[in-house]
Design a protein around this ligand. Structure first.
Ligand code: TRP
Ligand code: SF4
Length: 336
């Protein structure tokens, strides 16, 4: 197993996190998760999972795209610096043990508890699902608990929205341990703190709002998307002083060109800089920021055999861990 060096605070600790493969990753996924995962790799034994079964809960119509989206997700991950030598990168559906643990854990939680899950209630409301909700969708947190507990993770880097799922995972772990003996550590959330990251319309960057910029975007695409992006709406003419605090472009400066932030704010407030120039400068900076990522991504994209091998090797390593955990579960329960 991959242990950190002794100077690392997280040495020996196990991390698991996952993402649903629903398309190319965007700047919001990058600042909200990927960058953080990248940092954790040095300090912890990391497991990063393509949560393809989880896509089925809300998007059965997307099934034909899942395999290709999973590959695209690997490319984004590898491009962003996730290292298959350091971390275990795997696909959920390749590790059938997840299905078995999911079944066992489904006995450790009440229906009422799952129905009260705030994420579930929100989804019913937002997706207008009413009585059409599937049994598997209700069980989403149980599947997620199986993902986490399978690797006996101590910590799970997630966004705030996933906290209820983590709490449910802890409850299932406690219940299992109480009945059958200590098998699972109770995983702690590692909340990824990031100020809400704006999309091109100034609202939170999110695929469903169509305001994303992909981390794999070409320089042309980046320029094309930045050009009409949301700025200070009160700034109608170049001679009007602006307010950078309400401008999406300014937040992107803070993220991608921190050395330019001060001058940008000053020139915006004094109307010394127009939005068109401001955006062009930002585009140049962002293109440079993501260039190494794009290059690394392209390397793997142009070498599908190597990518296949990375996926296979990652799934094999995950499978070995899963087999070990399930042996401990069988042992504890005396069945299976
Ligand atoms: N539910 C997570 C999301 O929607 C994805 C996920 C699946 C996950 N399994 C996980 C995250 C296990 C952390 C740990 O983003
Ligand atoms: Fe935003 Fe720059 Fe325009 Fe100011 S000058 S409103 S920071 S784009």
């Amino acid at each position: 197993m991959n242990q950190g060096t002794s100077s690392n605070p997280g040495s020996g600790k196990i991390i698991l996190s996952g993402m649903r493969p629903t398309g190319r990753l965007h700047w919001g996924n990058y600042t909200g998760a990927l960058e953080n995962w990248n940092r954790l790799q040095g300090d912890y034994s990391c497991h990063f999972m393509v949560a393809d079964w989880h896509v089925l809960t809300t998007a059965l119509d997307k099934v034909p795209e899942i395999r290709e989206n999973s590959r695209q997700m690997y490319l984004d991950w590898l491009g962003a610096g996730l290292d298959p030598e350091k971390s275990i990168l795997f696909i959920q559906s390749e590790i059938k043990e997840h299905a078995e643990l999911y079944l066992l854990l489904s006995m450790m939680i009440s229906m009422g508890r799952l129905e009260r899950n705030p994420t579930f209630k929100e989804q019913i409301r937002d997706l207008n699902l009413g009585n059409e909700i599937s049994y598997g969708h209700l069980g989403y947190p149980v599947l997620q608990a199986a993902d986490i507990l399978m690797y006996q993770a101590h910590a799970v880097p997630v966004g705030e929205d996933q906290l209820p799922h983590l709490e449910l995972t802890r409850e299932m772990a406690r219940r299992f341990n109480r009945i059958f003996g200590d098998v699972f550590p109770e995983p702690e959330p590692l909340v990824t703190k990031f100020a809400r990251f704006p999309g091109t319309d100034g609202k939170r960057m999110s695929k469903s709002l169509g305001n994303t910029i992909e981390i794999s975007a070409s320089p042309e695409e980046i320029r094309k998307k930045i050009k009409p992006a949301f700025t200070d709406p009160a700034r109608l003419r170049k001679t009007d002083p602006g307010n950078p605090e309400i401008c999406a472009v300014y937040t992107w400066y803070q993220k991608f060109m921190p050395e330019e932030v001060e001058e940008t704010a000053r020139e915006c407030r004094t109307a010394a800089r127009g939005c068109v120039d401001c955006k062009m400068k930002l585009a140049d900076g962002v293109i440079e920021h993501f260039a190494p990522l794009r290059e690394r991504r392209a390397e793997f994209e142009n070498n599908p055999t190597r990518l296949d091998e990375i996926i296979r090797a990652g799934c094999e390593r995950a499978g070995a861990v899963a087999a070990r955990t399930m042996a401990a579960v069988h042992d504890a329960m005396g069945i299976g």
